[in-house]
Design a protein around this ligand. Structure first.
Ligand code: ZN
Length: 362
């Protein structure tokens, strides 16, 4: 468990991906105004020759002309296959998953270093595990609830999007660089020239933003924030914990249990919980009631997990009489449930009417 935790965080800190990326703020010259103008005019070529556009999304994204322009330009350059290369990653997802994984690591480390707790590791051990994860999961559920509410706000904002209302740093600074006091070139003028060349007219650009861009943005935020493999990666401490309990005499049983819990049960519960949170996002308006709602939703998750644990450790072995057979049945059942949830459940799309969105901004 300790080795797994150390390897995980050392890899996270020191492993460097070798993928070539174009990070606009770093690759566009921010000092030389001529070079900056040239880069802005050439942005279409950069977008067209990029395999993927990763949008680090927060609530201010759709208010910034530069960001909206880049995303709309990418969608325009891809045509009907636009969704394939687009990845919208809310900035909260990284810290949320990291803190969730860290909480799980700490909790399971405490469990694995205290053998006395693990000895009665059947029913009561499972209940104790649920109780320990409760505060950590409540925080996570609350953050996801706020994220789901923000999807409604985004829809309201994008439906009212106009180039004139979108902000740009240069205009907000009156075209004077605050650090040097020198005059800045207006990005907006260059972007408007690019818009006229790529989209035909400002009206067509705004139509693309309010149509295609909104549809892709909502789809990504509502369905792709926590994909299957991201959930599996975040819950990897469950695998290390199982490895610590590995007994060579029960290899098949060990593999079955690990697959069922780590690859099937945890991702399925995570997806069900995300959908429940999304459905309940507008039930409560104040922070206090939202925290209460998050607690209730985590209680539902704990019930689901507890019911499964009861079926796995007590009900099925008693009914069938053989632990191996009951675990094979669980594997088959959970495989079908997981595939049905992750592959067949209809995705969330943008709401048809503006009234369906939330009543207040977060
Ligand atoms: Zn400007």
């Amino acid at each position: 468990m300790l080795v797994g935790t150390l390897v995980y965080y050392l890899t996270l800190l020191f492993w460097r991906r070798r993928t070539l990326v174009f990070l606009d703020i770093a690759c566009v010259n921010q000092v030389d105004e001529y070079a900056k103008s040239e880069a802005l005019v050439s942005m279409g070529a950069f977008l067209k020759h990029s395999k993927t556009l990763v949008v680090l999304w927060d609530a201010t994204f759709v208010k910034r002309l530069w960001c909206v322009f880049e995303m709309a330009g990418f969608l325009q350059s891809r045509g009907p296959d636009a969704s394939r290369g687009l990845e919208v990653c809310p900035v909260f997802a990284g810290p949320a998953l990291l803190s969730g994984t860290f909480g799980l690591c700490v909790m399971l480390l405490i469990f694995s270093s205290s053998q006395a707790v693990i000895v009665p590791w059947e029913f009561w051990g499972g209940l104790a595990l649920c109780a320990l994860t409760f505060p950590c999961l409540t925080c996570l559920a609350y953050v996801v609830l706020i994220h789901c509410r923000s999807i409604d706000v985004v829809q309201q904002q994008v439906r009212c999007f106009t180039i004139g209302n979108a902000s740009s740093y240069c205009c907000a600074s009156n075209h004077i660089d605050p650090s040097t006091g020198e005059r800045m070139v207006c990005d907006r003028l260059i972007i408007e020239r690019c818009i006229a060349a790529w989209f035909g007219s400002p009206e067509q650009f705004e139509e693309t933003v309010r149509g295609k861009l909104l549809a892709h943005l909502v789809y990504q935020l509502a369905n792709c924030t926590f994909p299957y493999w991201r959930v599996v990666q975040a819950t990897s401490p469950a695998l290390w914990f199982k490895l610590e309990l590995y007994n060579p005499a029960f290899v098949v049983l060990f593999i079955l249990e690990t697959i069922v819990y780590w690859l099937l049960l945890l991702p399925s519960v995570a997806l069900v919980m995300f959908r429940l949170i999304y459905c309940a996002r507008n039930l409560c308006q104040s922070t206090f009631t939202q925290v209460l709602l998050s607690t209730g939703l985590v209680a539902v998750a704990a019930l689901l997990f507890g019911a499964f644990f009861f079926a796995e450790t007590m009900l099925l072995p008693q009914l069938i009489g053989d632990k191996h057979t009951s675990n094979w049945i669980l594997l088959a059942t959970m495989s079908m449930v997981t595939i049905a949830l992750w592959r067949c459940m209809p995705p969330i799309h943008q709401s048809d009417s503006p009234q369906a969105a939330g009543q207040e901004s977060p």
